[in-house]
Design a protein. Sequence first.
Length: 200
Amino acid sequence: MNWFQERKQRQEIERKMRARQGKKAVERHILKQQRNIERYWGLAKRAARLKDEATFKQISAFVLAAKRDITMWEKRLLFFDMVEARRDQVAAAAEFAQAYQEMAKSMLANSNPQNMAKIQQDIEMGMMKAEMMDDMLANLMDVSEDMLDEFGRETEAGELEQLMRDLRTEAEQEAQGIDDAEIEAGLDAIDALLNKNTSA
């Protein structure tokens, strides 16, 4: 392996390490946002029960923003995995083309001129295709990253309204559940007291 190939291999290893670290950071961010949603959800329901409309709306917007952020990063992770899989495929094709080139060199020495030209042409086509695929992947990553950067910048009012309706419904149901439990406990206490008085 020559110096150029060693350098390229080292750069590829470093790139994979950076990519893995970046992926782990994104996964940690998603988990943190999921915990934030749980916390915001509870706070929003409290605000709804307290009839604090301004705070309720603000926290609901936080929930929606966190949900959209998770969706955006999950899409980026999916794209990352897809590009990594494709890149591995391209790398395998490039390695095959290089191996084919080395094999063809030994064949060229004992071939007639017509076969030599055909083998040389096949080698060049294989190498060119590998380079084109690499360039195409680089362009795809650039374009897709630009598209993903635009994702989720607009928050639709309908989404927020639906989320607020869901939160209000859940808060009311929980409040009703608490009231019912308190009533049930009170009735049980009265029954116990009546039974005690009756038996006395």
